[in-house]
Ligand binder design. Structure first.
Ligand SMILES: Cc1ncc(COP(=O)(O)O)c(C=O)c1O
Length: 453
């Protein structure tokens, strides 16, 4: 089928220029933005206005888990548009029942009541309000290496410097930060396993010394900030700590959910059930905007006699729910959770092998089809090529240079400060993994030249 073009008279350059002129480019100095004109996408590839194909090695923003243009999901959107494109959230619909019952099957057991939002950040906002209303407490303990979204509450809970623009006057109140779990570059200078998971103990110290803590908020596997996978003891310990102090555990699975780590949800690796789980992105393979805030029935019971003081016009929007059902069915039909587990080993080995050839690689870590390659000037000192401040100040970054070189070769990869996040669609094949890793291999020559000798 020919690709529909809304502006056939415009060249690719004109389309890029118009977008740049009339729209904001997110999280960047506007003068540095020159958006690539994209006309089509299929499977693990997208195609630019010149007809050039790019392997989508990070599934856009780690979200197109089914790959592009999955026909079953597309059909579900069309069918729902014909059946009932919109009805207010106060009404009951079959599509809502069908998705909710499917969620009971795939989510960690014990999460039994759902609020549907239209993004990860909104789902987090719902989680914070629910936690605060339920506990009657205010504070949320988040971690420095984290991203939870751009709206007022979520950006206040974001540990990374995307928060800084709101500090201090415009930042939402009530969030404090604990050290993250980072066994490669521990913020409190411990070494696993000798540390005895001191980062979790310190978090308990914070709960004890702060009054009024409603919840602990963690990305189950930290995403953009470097695919930080906690050691086996971390989540069971965190669960005990939260229970001991009557604090809720909120796990943000916006990026790590939906098969990405080789389980339906990353928390399943630790057999821990959070009080609230937040997710989005892969829930519809990003074809339509949907976020989910799932709670236990204990939390749900509280709101039987208390006002559930939250909502949106687009809550439980039928057009967002139908593709989530289709996405789950497609994941089951194609056995994508199992596939992410199996292919994750293959991708991990290939990335690990790069460390031998490239002195610029400090660490390779990951789980399932979710990996980070961290670059360092000096492997011994674990010194990155750039700091978070460099990123926020718009300084040119080496990782962006490497990603640019890979783009020229037709491989798109997400770069962030001094690492890459590799998270391809879960339908990726071994030979496509080979292509992506080979492009990274060549691109890293640029970084190797800048290693301190
Ligand atoms: C872990 C995590 N939480 C929340 C968000 C925010 O999601 P959204 O961009 O849909 O608001 C993101 C986005 O990347 C994320 O990675």
């Amino acid at each position: 089928m020919p690709t529909p073009s809304p502006s056939p008279a415009l060249t690719s350059k004109e389309i890029s220029d118009w977008v740049r002129k009339l729209n904001y480019g997110t999280w960047k100095f506007q003068k540095s933005w020159s958006p690539l004109h994209v006309v089509d996408a299929e499977g693990c590839y997208f195609i630019d206005g010149q007809g050039k194909r790019y392997l989508d090695f990070s599934a856009q923003l780690m979200c197109v888990n089914l790959g592009h243009k999955n026909q079953a999901v597309i059909e579900s959107i069309a069918a729902q548009a014909r059946a009932l494109p919109y009805i207010a959230p106060g009404y009951a619909t079959e599509v809502r029942v069908d998705l909710s019952r499917l969620l009971l099957e795939v989510l960690p057991k014990g999460l039994e009541k759902f609020f549907f939002a239209t993004s990860g950040t909104e789902a987090n906002e719902a989680a914070f309000k629910i936690a605060r209303m339920y506990t009657g407490k205010t504070k949320i303990i988040a971690r420095y290496r984290s991203y939870h979204g751009s709206t007022t509450g979520s950006i206040a809970a974001t540990g990374d410097p995307r928060r800084w623009a709101m500090e201090p006057a415009w930042k939402g109140n009530g969030v404090i930060f604990s050290p993250e779990v980072n066994c490669y570059d521990c913020p409190i200078k411990h070494t696993y396993p000798g540390c005895g998971i001191a980062c979790a103990d310190y978090l308990e110290h914070m709960i004890v010394n702060e009054s009024d803590v409603a919840a602990v908020l963690v990305e189950t596997v930290v995403g953009t900030n470097g695919v930080l996978v906690p050691p086996p003891e971390y989540f069971p310990r965190l669960r005990q700590i939260c229970d001991r102090h009557g604090v809720l555990l909120i796990t943000d699975e916006v990026m790590s959910g939906w098969g990405r780590t080789g389980k339906w949800f990353a928390i399943d690796h630790w057999n821990v059930v959070p009080d609230i789980l937040v997710t989005a992105k892969g829930i519809t393979s990003a074809y339509v905007p949907l976020g989910l805030c799932a709670t236990t029935s204990k939390i749900a019971a509280y709101f039987e006699d208390h006002l559930f003081a939250h909502g949106h016009t687009y809550e439980a929007h039928p057009m967002t729910l139908a593709p989530a059902i289709a996405t789950i069915h497609e994941m089951q039909r194609l056995k994508l959770v199992e596939r992410a587990h199996e292919l994750g080993g293959y991708l991990g080995e290939k990335l690990q092998a790069l460390t031998k050839r490239h002195p610029s690689i400090g660490d390779v870590r990951g789980i399932g089809l979710f990996w980070a390659v961290e670059l360092v000037k000096n492997r011994k000192k674990k010194q990155p090529f750039a700091t978070y401040r460099d990123k926020i100040e718009g300084k040119p970054l080496l990782v962006d240079q490497v990603a640019g070189a890979m783009m020229k070769e037709g491989v798109c990869i997400q770069s962030w400060v001094s690492h890459f996040v590799i998270a391809p669609p879960l339908i990726i094949t071994k030979s496509e993994i080979d292509t992506g890793v080979a492009a990274l291999d060549r691109g890293l020559a640029l970084a190797d030249q800048q290693v301190e000798t």
